[in-house]
Design a binder for this molecule. Structure first.
Ligand code: CMC
Length: 424
């Protein structure tokens, strides 16, 4: 059997090195032995944006971007969306197995017992303007929880982490709902443990029990958004967590990463783009601008998927169910025609750009009555379960240490300080 190694010849020195290969990967530190001179630092890899660097070993989420496959703990996303629930998915991500009926009952009870924010949060929102972005409030909310749940600092204590994970999954939803109510200058509605997680959320937002079809649609969207392996915000969660910061501080950082328009902020950007295009007639002109480099087709393209994002397909179907209740979002025609034209255009075909999770989700959210600013919060609420599951995996991983990338220094060599009077 051929050896599972990589042989490298350094042509600077003529020396040969044999590097072990495990899981189709070599360890970057194994390259450090490759030096031109004994005093050299040794070879590094240069990988801006982590295009080809595995930062961890994980057993949570599997993506095959070329084929368009997404599995949580081995279960296809399509099956979870069809037959599962969000809380069951959160349990699965965290514990690695689907819960038994008794485990699910206990898990649901623990989530429900943790839905209420600490009492001091009643005044937390007073410092914000009514036009504050809900993502700013969510980030601040996580940081606020860090200041109250000081026991969360005991990150090396597994029992303690469990307590914080329940709080984090449950209160992400309450923070989202309260941010919405505050912006509308409406009184907060306390969670009702008799309702499902998604049902409770809609009730806390709109003050009435929602149509079960809409509850189901939100639950599906929560399942689809719950995890997506080492994306920008999850990597942020892990990087901040690697310093042994408490999980609420890490959640604040992860939410900040999600907020950007190239990540979870894309759903808000899609809606703005669709409104700007306005009608089907304006699509060809818009596409030409994108191809000329004037802006991007938001909700299209993905670092990992070079095929149709499986989540986008499920969302498109869920949108039809929602529109049956709410009436069709008039921007749907613009979106479907935009997709049709883009999928037949050489520019998008060549670059393997397909609709991603954010392309259709905003249309559902808008039909449900959410303002565009809330869309990324709707992404963050379920993603909290993924962030926290990934954080738990990190804390148990003996390979991990504080995250600390290297750099290639290309600046000035040593030079002497020049007093201001002598500077040109
Ligand atoms: N519209 C037009 N051109 C695009 C787009 C787009 N949406 N996305 C990528 N390209 C082009 C890009 O200009 C480049 O072309 P060229 O080779 O001629 O320079 C090529 O495709 C490769 O793009 P890239 O920026 O190197 O790809 P990336 O892997 O770094 O970026 C992405 C991935 C998701 C940031 C990018 O596709 C994008 O900006 N999409 C729009 C924003 C969006 O929808 N984000 C949501 C991602 S899914 C949800 C989530 O995970 O948060």
């Amino acid at each position: 059997m051929p050896a599972s190694t990589l042989t490298i010849t350094d042509n600077r020195t003529g020396k040969t090195f044999e590097i072990p290969i495990q899981d189709d990967t070599i360890r970057a530190v194994d390259l450090r032995q490759i030096k031109e001179n004994p005093s050299d630092f040794g070879l590094m890899t240069y990988d801006p944006a982590y295009m080809n660097t595995a930062s961890c070993k994980s057993t949570i989420t599997f993506i095959d971007g070329d084929v368009g496959i997404l599995n949580y703990r081995g279960y296809p996303i399509e099956q979870l969306a069809e037959d599962g629930s969000y809380l069951e998915t959160a349990y699965l991500l965290w514990h690695g197995e689907l819960p038994t009926a008794a485990q699910m009952e206990e898990f649901t009870a623990s989530i429900n017992a943790n839905l209420n924010l600490p009492d001091s949060f009643d005044h937390f929102y007073d410092g914000f303007g009514r036009d504050a972005h809900p993502m700013s409030m969510l980030m601040a909310g996580y940081a606020g929880l860090a200041s109250i749940y000081t026991d969360a600092k005991k990150v090396l204590d597994a029992e303690n982490r469990k307590k914080q994970i329940f709080r984090g999954i449950a209160q992400s939803m309450t923070l989202g709902a309260y941010g919405y109510r505050f912006r509308k200058n409406l009184p907060f509605i306390k969670p009702d443990p008799k309702l499902s997680f998604a049902g409770n959320f809609l009730n806390m937002l709109f003050g009435k029990e929602a149509d079960p079809r809409l509850v189901q649609a939100i639950d599906i969207l929560f399942i689809l958004h719950a995890d997506h392996e080492q994306n920008c915000s999850t990597s942020t969660m892990r990087l901040v967590g690697s310093s042994q910061a408490d999980p609420f501080s890490s959640l604040a950082a992860a939410a900040a990463a999600l907020y950007g328009p190239l990540h979870g902020g894309a759903n808000e950007a899609v809606l703005k783009m669709l409104r700007q295009i306005g009608s089907v007639d304006n699509i060809p002109g818009f596409i030409e601008k994108v191809k000329a480099g004037e802006g991007r087709l938001m909700g299209f393209g993905h670092r990992v998927y070079k095929n149709y994002d499986p989540r986008a397909r499920i969302i498109k179907k869920a949108a039809e169910d929602v529109f049956e209740v709410t009436g069709k979002n008039p921007l749907l025609d613009v979106a479907t025609e935009l997709e049709r034209i883009a999928l037949h255009d050489e520019y998008f075909i060549k670059r393997k750009l397909y609709p991603n999770v954010d392309f259709y989700s905003g249309l559902i959210y808008e039909a449900l009555g959410f303002p565009a600013e809330m869309f990324t919060v709707l992404f963050a609420i379920p993603r909290a379960s993924g962030w926290l599951s990934q954080w738990e995996e990190l804390m148990r991983d003996e390979d991990q240490k504080i995250g600390r990338p290297r750099q290639i220094y290309l600046g000035e060599g040593k030079r002497d300080y020049v007093p201001v009077a002598n500077r040109k």
